[in-house]
Design a binder for this molecule. Structure first.
Ligand code: PLP
Length: 468
């Protein structure tokens, strides 16, 4: 054997944690899965988790906490008002993001609900980059319009742009100059862009968006769920940031914002929780009324003291380069192996998930039959792996015409929970997809809708197999 040793500085990458507790998961048979998915009306949200072997439905609230977070839970303060845990969380949020005003909420969409209750009125326009479904939902529910200003490169999955989450400044200017400032309550920048494939926004773009906002006197709010993953990409991809720490990068990113909504279930490294953080006292006061109405008293929102403690520690952990390197390298491992087999993906590979380009994967399924959903059901039946459709079902119908909105790209998203699965699990997923890729031309039919809700329909939709 020809063995050449390497320098100790060149030893391969390995995670900087070990596993202290495990949970058993079950492998089912193909026949079982076929029956279960039919009973679930071909909606993967309707499956029981014990019917799933590897669950890549979402990275939201599905992560493992560290021993330090569990320890912090034991000393949570459950006081109704003025909880010590709130002050701990407040301190950490102010240190990391530079905002003085913090309101805990039970999760990200609750933060949106509260903030948008103050800011969004009927007839308003909210420009931004590829809105998340609940963000768009909360704007449209108030008869506002979410205007997508993402750069067009983002919609071509084969272009390897390092910051596909960027806002096209020309598109933004057009929206800003078209409507009166009275009808533009804010610009929303999503970091990273979930809907597009976990794609980051560059520091330069954040800076430029703030300039446009200042020119028109409009606020910038970050939908910040994966802010730390975004910072990692700035550090590793953008000129001038290689030697800057994650904490410093985050601080600069948020210096170009006036506030943030946050889902703690992502980069808060907790199973439930979220918050709003703001620079303006007056906006904080207005939000406080809605927090009390929808969530709870202002010093706990929708959270228990122990959960606020765990999120405070999570925010400290997530803003370290070591943590982020473990995280992003596992997602890259999954993506790279799929790429090696020629499976079409959104490139470059994102921070929290791999996004399979379903229309290129299944060229023979018509778009009217929900291509990404078809691939998702195939993968579940093949291997017990659950992904999620980010395509026509998630895009909902146009609120005016009631027609399906066909997005430019149909994705099957494989979201990787934080610190949960090993690379062997990732390998298993790759081989399952490779099997389907081999017989992709035989897959020619998808589904039709039996029953759907008027908004956010993908969560509860019922489907029927089309077979001719
Ligand atoms: C998850 C998510 C939200 C909503 O947060 P929840 O905690 O699920 O309510 C909002 N925006 C983005 C980009 C998200 O990924």
């Amino acid at each position: 054997m020809n063995y050449v040793s390497c320098k100790s500085s060149e030893l391969p990458f390995a995670e900087n944690y070990k596993i202290k507790m495990v949970q058993r998961i079950y492998r089912s048979t193909r026949q079982q899965r076929q029956k279960w998915v039919e009973e679930a009306h071909y909606n993967l949200f309707n499956l029981r988790s014990d019917q799933v072997f590897i669950d890549l439905l979402t990275d939201s609230g599905t992560g493992s906490m560290s021993d330090t977070q569990w320890a912090a839970m034991m000393i949570g303060d459950e006081s109704y008002a003025g909880s010590d845990s709130y002050h701990v969380l407040h301190q950490v949020v102010s240190n990391i993001f530079g905002f003085d005003y913090v309101l805990p909420t039970h999760q990200g969409r609750a933060a949106e609900n509260v903030l948008f209750s103050v800011l969004v009125k009927s007839g308003d326009f909210v420009p931004g980059n590829s809105f998340f479904d609940t963000t768009r939902g909360h704007i449209e529910y108030r008869n506002g319009k979410a205007v997508d200003c993402t750069i067009s490169e983002a919609f071509n999955t084969t272009i390897e742009h390092p910051f596909k989450g960027n806002i096209d400044l020309k598109k933004l200017e057009t929206v800003m100059s078209m409507y009166s400032k009275k009808h533009i309550p804010m610009i929303i920048v999503t970091i990273t862009c979930n809907t597009l494939g976990g794609q980051p926004v560059s520091m330069e773009n954040l800076r430029e968006v703030k300039k446009v906002a200042e020119k028109y006197g409009v606020r910038v709010i970050y939908d910040s769920c994966r802010f730390a993953e975004n910072a990692y990409f700035i550090k590793t991809r953008e000129d001038g940031y290689r030697d800057v720490t994650i904490r410093e990068i985050v601080r600069e990113m948020f210096s170009y914002a006036d506030g943030m909504t946050m889902s703690g279930k992502k980069d808060g490294l907790v199973n439930i929780g979220g918050f709003i953080a703001l620079r303006e006292k007056s906006l904080f006061d207005e939000c406080s009324y809605f927090i009390i109405m929808f969530e709870g008293f202002t010093t706990y929102g929708g959270m228990s003291g122990r959960d606020m403690n765990a999120m405070a520690v999570g925010l400290e952990e997530v803003t370290t380069f070591e943590y982020l390197e473990n995280r992003i390298k596992q997602v890259a491992f999954l993506g790279k192996k799929l790429q090696d087999y020629g499976i079409p993906l959104q490139l470059p590979i994102g921070g929290h998930a791999v996004y399979i380009d379903a229309k290129r994967f299944l060229p023979n399924v018509p778009k009217e039959e929900y291509v990404a959903q078809t691939l998702g059901v195939e993968l579940y039946v093949e291997a017990g792996v659950r992904g999620v459709e980010v395509g026509t079902l998630m895009a909902d119908r146009d609120p005016e015409t009631k027609e399906n909105r066909y997005p430019e790209v149909e994705f099957l998203r494989l979201a990787v929970p934080r610190r949960v699965y090993t690379n062997d699990h990732m390998h298993y997923v790759v081989i399952a997809l490779k099997n389907i890729f081999h017989r992709r031309r035989e897959i020619i039919h998808g589904f039709s809708i039996v029953k759907e809700a008027p908004i956010l329909r993908h969560f509860t939709i019922q489907l029927e197999k089309i077979s001719r």
